[in-house]
Design a protein around this ligand. Structure first.
Ligand SMILES: Cc1ncc(COP(=O)(O)O)c(C=O)c1O
Length: 434
């Protein structure tokens, strides 16, 4: 595929320089500094609509999209989810707090977590519409707390299906038999019995097999297992089924194009419809839980090159951002691509590795990428940077998290300011020595 096609849909080249939604990336860098994260509103909306349209077209019963907030959550993104009527998947008290601050109503807050703390559980009981129970210990704890809450959330059980999707790295698989997530079928039965005995509001089953996959095949046995369990548990009217999220995106021009959201949704819808029919089950409300496929392509990371080291056949471009905001290469060798902001169509005459300013050899963004000859002071733009960057970012080496700007035609809204030295010191309790 063409490298430019990795970028947000409203990207174009004007006056030989990259723009998004009509905004010059060079001007945005001048205004807000670098590293800078840009989100394209049009790309966000198109991917959201792809999910809702596909569900409406292929699933005849009620359905919902839940945005997996772990991909990137801030108040503006939380508010954006509500323009599409989405649920928001929050892992724990912190993400719940951000969702609430962004105006997500109780009935749209769904809480996940593999080892939820007491504070997480209390916050979920107080604020959420749905809690996905990961294990029996959590369920017992919920039961002991529940009596204090007047309108407690609905409970779903997280199934460990024992089959993972194919992802590019084992660390992004969650459905395999030895995963730390969810409950085995026997544990699910025990949890369902516990709910029935204690009159807990159990209404759904959930599983999530991994993140960034393109082959939906492994979803089918997991859907079958979930439906078998639903029948055994005795779900009848008004029950919920969620086969998680994880649909992939293209990060590099060597990959096939961005996979179709429509075909993914259709495949799941057909499997659920047929599976329910075969088992005499009523159709559940079908929930999908995408993160990456909603926000990854909308995001672009903008860096300035400060140093170029050309040594024999190795060229390093050293930028002002790296693993502190762009951790996926360091975490699991994720591949990315890149364009210079000025004259992006220049001939790609050399292979470069792009690394950050941090004191780790693993502080690399991209390895061995054909690029035009980039010089010191140039801006480079890394596409598909909208998911699992800022949400996994750190203050390593005193890094201050980048500013984030949401771009629409005719609007550029600063949705997160750059962190400051004051932010870095805010939690320290040692005496101020002036
Ligand atoms: C429970 C759950 N749901 C949904 C997702 C979203 O995955 P993705 O962003 O790949 O769609 C994740 C990601 O890890 C997850 O753990």
């Amino acid at each position: 595929m063409n490298r430019l096609d990795l970028f947000p849909i409203s990207t174009s080249i004007e006056n030989d320089s990259l723009t998004i939604a009509g905004h010059s990336l060079a001007s945005l860098a001048d205004l807000y500094g670098t590293p800078l994260y840009l989100y394209d509103r049009a790309t966000l909306d198109v991917s959201a609509k792809a999910y809702t349209d596909a569900l409406a077209a292929h699933y005849p019963a009620p359905s919902r999209v839940t945005y997996a907030g772990k991909a990137f959550l801030c108040k503006a993104i939380a508010a954006w989810t509500q323009t599409h009527g989405f649920f928001v998947d929050c892992t724990g008290e912190g993400e719940i707090g951000i969702a609430v601050a962004g105006g997500v109503p109780r009935e749209h807050i769904l809480v996940h977590g593999v080892n939820k703390s007491l504070a997480d559980l209390k916050s979920a009981l107080h604020t959420a519409g749905t809690i996905v129970i990961d294990n029996l210990v959590e369920l017992e704890c919920i039961q002991s707390l529940m009596t204090s809450y007047q309108s407690p959330p609905s409970l779903w059980l997280r199934l460990l299906p024992g089959v993972a999707v194919h992802t590019h790295h084992a660390h992004t698989q969650t459905g395999q038999h030895d995963s730390k997530f969810g409950m085995t079928p026997d544990e699910i039965f025990a949890a369902a019995r516990f709910c029935q005995e204690n009159r807990l509001p159990l209404s759904g089953i959930h599983f999530h097999q991994g993140s960034n996959f393109r082959d939906p095949e492994p979803l089918l046995p997991a859907i079958d297992l979930a439906l078998d369990l639903a029948r055994e548990i005795g779900f009848s009217d008004e029950w919920h089924c969620c086969p998680g999220g994880g649909w992939g995106v293209a990060y590099h021009e060597d990959e096939l194009p961005h996979p179709s959201i429509e075909s993914y949704v259709r495949g799941i819808a057909e499997a659920v419809i047929e599976g329910c029919k075969a088992r005499g089950l009523s159709l559940p409300t079908l929930h999908l839980e995408p993160g990456r496929s909603l926000v990854a392509r909308a995001g672009v990371a903008l860096y300035r090159v400060g140093v170029v080291k050309r040594r024999g056949d190795k060229t390093w471009l050293l930028t002002d951002g790296g693993m502190a905001d762009h951790p996926r290469f360091a975490l699991y060798g994720a591949r990315y691509s890149c364009l210079p902001v000025q004259a992006p169509g220049r001939e790609r005459g050399e292979r470069v590795s792009i690394a950050g300013p941090y004191c780790e050899s693993g502080d690399v963004i991209i390895e061995n990428l054909p690029m035009p000859r980039v010089e010191i002071g140039e801006l480079i733009a890394v596409p598909v940077s909208g998911a699992y960057h800022l949400s996994m970012s750190s203050n390593y080496n005193g890094a201050r998290r980048p500013a984030v700007v949401l771009l629409g035609e005719g609007s550029a809204e600063l949705i997160q300011r750059r962190e400051t030295l004051e932010d870095l010191l805010r939690r320290d309790v040692s005496p101020d020595r002036g």
